[in-house]
Design a protein around this ligand. Structure first.
Ligand code: NG1
Length: 431
């Protein structure tokens, strides 16, 4: 049994306990960390995430009707159920069942025939609300389970063998996940479906595509929790959506100014998000520095901060691709430090605990450190040479204990993307 299935045993045991029969299928979907390129996926700009071994595992079996039932071993989360029919309504904000519904609803809407329901049991070793994309991993794993049980009648094309299919699915699920109320980008679903062991992913959007970029084998990324929860419902969700609105308005104003000056941007054929869709073209035509200078004269303070972060982060992603190619750890670390400063100062995306965590990591020998994911709490990542990993890891674990954070601390490994299969065909012997 491959390592990516490490937690499926818990899901299978949980399934039998909840439903009294063994499951017929199993799916796993990894979380991700984002090396660099934060808060720019919804602008359609390149980001550099990697899938990690920590995952969501789902044991499942088809139901007799269109009923979907989901239970989980994650503490404090009650079972949920609903019909895989035409009108799936969200539960209250923050309800975990909304992610299950988001996956099923996306797929039900694409089908011409009634859908078969399923029973699901979910296990995970991804910390929740921690910036490691536990929510999108859940959406992806449930989607694969749903597609698997409905594959005979309505999805003859079901196959995840081609990267294009995985990318298209990630794009649809990203739009579907907005059902929970967050106007997110597609990085998380993309990383979970397209992950490649030993590689980061240079991911572009509209349409979503990812190129595997070799991650130097001597480099390590240590992940640790700040102790602050980054729950994306309520205030954090509003803050996230406000960032996307600022980004969109800033692009509109800068594009209008360029148009006034006689350089009319062409319509982007992937345009579905108004101003956000113009970013790739904006930064392709003109240097980010010049655009930021221009923005200084026309944008409000809040929009300017947003635009400056986007422009400088875009440049940092480009520079990180060179640093990875050159295996230049110092340059890569500096870029991560600069990214953290930009997220902290321009986007107000950090917290004092995240700032302390990245400071500790650097003092312990990391080349660079930054928050990862949406921020406003959750995890930080620290980049270091493998010879420093023990020092960095023990320092960050000590920090977690000190602030009473969830004990997350681990050294991540870039991993393969999501999988689904029949239980029967699986070799369930230990790894
Ligand atoms: P997390 O860390 O999972 O909350 C969110 C968005 C990403 C991206 C990052 C910031 C979702 C599902 N994910 O990630 O698309 O915008 O923030 O870079 O909304």
């Amino acid at each position: 049994m491959k390592e990516e299935w490490a937690g499926i045993g818990d899901a299978i045991v949980g399934f039998m306990g909840s439903y009294g029969v063994p499951p017929t299928g199993m799916a796993c979907a990894p979380g991700r960390l984002n090396l660099i390129g934060e808060h720019i996926d919804y602008c359609g700009l390149t980001v550099l995430p990697m899938a990690i071994r920590r995952s969501v595992w789902v044991a499942f079996a088809p139901g007799d009707s269109s009923r979907v039932r989901a239970s989980t071993s994650v503490q404090g989360l009650e079972p949920c159920q609903f019909d895989a029919g035409p009108a799936i309504e969200p539960g209250p904000p923050g309800d975990w069942g909304n992610y299950v519904k988001a996956a099923v609803r996306t797929l039900v809407e694409e089908r011409r025939e009634p859908s078969r329901g399923l029973d699901l049991y979910i296990a995970s070793d991804l910390p929740v609300a921690a910036g490691l994309s536990s929510s999108s991993a859940l959406v992806v794993a449930v989607a694969l389970a749903f597609m698997w049980v409905n594959r005979d009648s309505s999805a003859p094309r079901f196959s995840l063998d081609l990267p294009g299919r995985r990318a298209a699915l990630a794009e649809r699920l990203a739009i579907g996940e907005r059902f929970v109320g967050t106007a997110g980008g597609a990085m998380d679903q993309g990383a979970s479906l397209l992950g490649v062991a030993g590689h980061a992913l240079a991911m572009d959007f509209r349409p979503l595509r990812a190129q595997a970029v070799r991650f130097p084998p001597d480099w390590r990324v240590v992940v640790a929790h700040s102790g602050d929860s980054a729950e994306k419902s309520g205030a954090a969700q509003e803050a996230y959506n406000r960032l996307t609105k600022n980004a969109s308005a800033a692009a509109d104003s800068v594009s209008a100014k360029l148009r006034d000056r006689g350089s009319v941007p062409r319509q982007n054929r992937w345009s579905t998000d108004g101003g956000l869709a113009s970013y790739p073209r904006l930064f392709k035509g003109t240097s980010a520095r010049r655009l930021i200078d221009l923005a200084e004269s026309i944008l409000s303070e809040e929009q300017l901060r947003s635009f400056r972060h986007i422009g400088t982060e875009h440049c940092r992603v480009r520079a990180m691709l060179c640093a990875l190619g050159d295996e230049d750890l110092t340059a890569a670390g500096d870029l991560m430090n600069a990214s953290h400063a930009s997220l902290r100062d321009d986007l107000a995306g950090s917290t004092p605990a995240l700032d302390s965590l990245v400071d500790r990591a650097r003092s312990a020998g990391a080349a660079g450190a930054r928050l990862t994911g949406a921020g406003m709490g959750g995890c930080a990542i620290a980049l270091c040479h493998r010879t420093r990993v023990d020092d960095v890891l023990s320092t960050l674990r000590a920090f977690e204990d000190e602030v009473d954070a969830p004990r997350v601390g681990f050294a991540a490994r870039p991993s393969w993307g999501a999988r689904v299969r029949d239980v029967e065909s699986a070799d369930l012997s230990p790894v």
